[in-house]
Structure formats: C-alpha cells, structure tokens
Design a protein around this ligand. Sequence first.
Ligand SMILES: [Zn+2]
Length: 223
Amino acid sequence: MVLDPGHQLGNRHFRSEIARPVDAGGFEKECNTTGAATNAGYPEATFNWEVAVAARRILRRLGARVVLTRASNSDDLWGPCVDERGTIGNPGEAGPTADLRLSIHADGVATGSAHGRFRGFHVIRPGVLDGWTDDIVQPSRRLAVDVRDALEAAGFPASSYAGRNGIDVRSDLGTLNLSDVPTVMVELANMRDPADAALVESAVGRRRYARALAQAIRSYLVQ
Ligand SMILES: [Zn+2]
C-alpha cells in the first residue's frame, strides 16, 4: 500500500517549483502547495509525515509492505508534485502495485467566525471523471467509509464544515484523479481549531490518528 504524507516541509522555499502546472486528470493544476499550519506554527507537512510514519510502523508490524510518496520531511526539499503522488503504486509504474493509496493531510480553515466552529476530520473520495476515476470510484467509496468509521470509532469528530457525515466527494484533486488503485485523501483535522490543534501538536494525538488509519486499512483489506 501507499501512504502519501501531503506536501513537503520545504515547499515554502520553492514557490516557483511548486507553482509549476502539472496534469491533474485532464486539466492542469499547480504541482503542490505549502500546506496549512496550526496557529502556533506547527506545519501540516510535519503532521502528515509523523502520522504516516507511525501508521507505516503499525502496518509493517502486521506484515504489510508500505511505500511512502516522500522519503523524508525536510525544510531543504520540495515535492513531489501531485501527478507523481497520484501515480505511485499504479499498475505499470515503477515499484510494486499498491492495493490502495491513502493521502494524509490536515486542513487549515479559519475558525471562530460567525459561521461557528470548524473542526473535525473529513475523508475525500474521488468523484466520477470518465476515463480517469470511473474504474476506482466504487472501491474508493468503500475505503472512504472504512476511514470515516475508524476515525469515529477512535473518538475523532467528523467535520462540522465539510462533506456529509465525514465524507466529501471531489473531482479537482490530481492526487485522486490520477490513481488507478482505490484511493482517498483524509483531512484529519482543522489545524486552526484549538481542540484539533491540541491533538495535531501532541505525539499522543498523532499516534491516535495513525492507529485509526491503520485500523481503517485493515478493515478495508479484510472485507
Ligand atoms: Zn494538505
């Protein structure tokens, strides 16, 4: 399986590189973005990386072969672009073909506004894009439900501001559109919400997220 820790810590130092347009599923989109941060400045790239590495540790212990889409979390590096993230593990690509790909992110939506509190996770599954995702929409829907259910079972609240019952459907994300294996992206938290940020910034919280994701993958694969 492929775990895709979103962004790279150094992306902010490589603005022109990450702004380069790449194919995102029949249309072009920027290579990557800098990602979000908590109000205290804890970066999303680091959170995504820590959760992915912890989940990899659990999954490897269970006997899984786990590939990450980046080899480190470094302030001196950028990328990879979404077109690379979205194809690692596809049949015909270099390396093993994955049974699934899970992209790990956290959101950065301003909260505390008149709209109320924006907190919680949401899982994004690919919408139907003929010739691109029509072959993976159904298994990805099942994967989205398993990720949502595992996060809820672990005590994480579903998003109060995005998707329905913790699941959103999008067709504008290259990471999802380019996949030929079942895939979802998860926004594990809203980093700008104080309660979510407390989880994101703590090692205990990150391990809880990682355990829930490993459990979701188990559930998906044993069905
Ligand atoms: Zn992100």
